[in-house]
Design a protein around this ligand. Structure first.
Ligand code: SAM
Length: 298
């Protein structure tokens, strides 16, 4: 599994630059364009939030848990637009601090270990872009992938009443994923083997589920699937929009960037492995897929 060190590498190292580029409470997960790319990124993220509230059948007065809350975009939407109290959990120090400064109830805590004793039970659970980090390459190699996902759904199940819903958004490996043994950082640049090796460097400690089928099977028998849609093409557009916003000039951001580049070795490493749009290429080649899933506790 990816722990706090990996989450700090992946997220905290980007903290200020992310907020200056995408927004103080920006989403760091695929938006919901539903193929309508005339929407702005912000409109498509908002459409995703509205869809979650509708699918979870929650509203004013509901209590919701956001497992892997990032910089708090759903927590903010839930409070301001739907009157919902949402508690967030993250393993990134930078994200937790930023959320708390904005008055959000966010804890630095591994969401896979939450019990009803921690915060009580909830009317709904959401998790966007965190499931990708639950299983590491080592876990996969040791044959622990299925049990990790199953344990996660058991945890969620204990937090919900019967009929309560969970919205899960995650990347999975796609139909063209190559065998693990073929991943090779010395292969031709832009080959699948090389691109996948970059993904492993960008997201240390993280290995994806094999298709939505694997996720759905491990959610059983606690949950039944209510709704599923692919967000692969929407994610490609999201990545395009992020890139534009990261590049957009601001004196504060660029000074910070160069200062960090000179003084912070981990940041230099991150910039180096993010040079190629590996994530976008993985979606384009269908090495990776992306799903939005709504589960209901039975
Ligand atoms: C890609 S970001 C998505 C953030 C947010 N959900 C959004 O849509 O903007 C992944 C988030 O999952 C969190 N995360 C990953 N594994 C976690 C774990 N075991 N416990 C708590 N948070 C976790 C990271 O800290 C990060 O906040």
């Amino acid at each position: 599994m990816a722990g706090k060190a990996e989450m700090d590498f992946t997220y905290s190292s980007l903290d200020q630059i992310f907020r200056l580029s995408i927004g103080e409470t920006g989403d760091y997960s695929g938006a919901k364009y539903d193929g309508n790319f005339s929407l702005t990124l912000e409109e498509a993220q908002r459409a995703k939030h509205a869809y979650i509230v509708e699918q979870l059948r929650i509203g004013p007065g509901s209590k919701v848990l956001d497992m892997g809350c990032g910089w708090g975009p759903f927590i903010r939407y839930a409070k301001e637009e739907a009157g919902i109290h949402c508690i967030g959990l993250t393993l990134s120090e930078g994200q937790a601090q930023s959320c708390r400064q904005k008055g959000m109830e966010v804890y630095l805590k591994d969401c896979r270990t939450v019990t009803p004793e921690d915060f009580g039970t909830f009317d709904g659970v959401v998790s966007l872009g965190a499931f990708e980090h639950f299983c590491s390459v080592e876990d996969y190699q040791a044959g622990r992938q299925r049990e990790i996902y199953h344990a996660f759904f058991k945890t969620v199940s204990q937090l919900l009443p019967v009929g309560g819903r969970c919205y899960l958004q995650t990347m999975v490996f796609g139909k063209n994923m190559i065998p693990y043994e073929d991943i090779d950082s010395k292969a031709d640049p832009y080959s699948d083997a090389y691109i996948m090796s970059l993904m492993l460097k960008q997201f240390p400690g993280s290995w994806l589920p094999y298709g939505s089928e694997m996720v759905i099977r491990e959610a059983e028998p606690m949950f039944k699937l209510i709704n599923i849609s692919s967000g692969r093409l929407d994610y490609i557009e999201t990545l395009r929009q992020w890139k534009k916003r990261f590049k957009r000039f601001s004196l504060k951001k660029y000074s910070l960037y160069f200062r960090k580049f000179i003084t912070d070795k981990a940041f230099r490493h991150k910039v180096a492995v993010f040079g190629i749009d590996a994530n976008k290429i993985c979606f384009e080649r269908e090495l990776m897929e992306h799903y939005r899933m709504v589960f209901e506790k039975v």
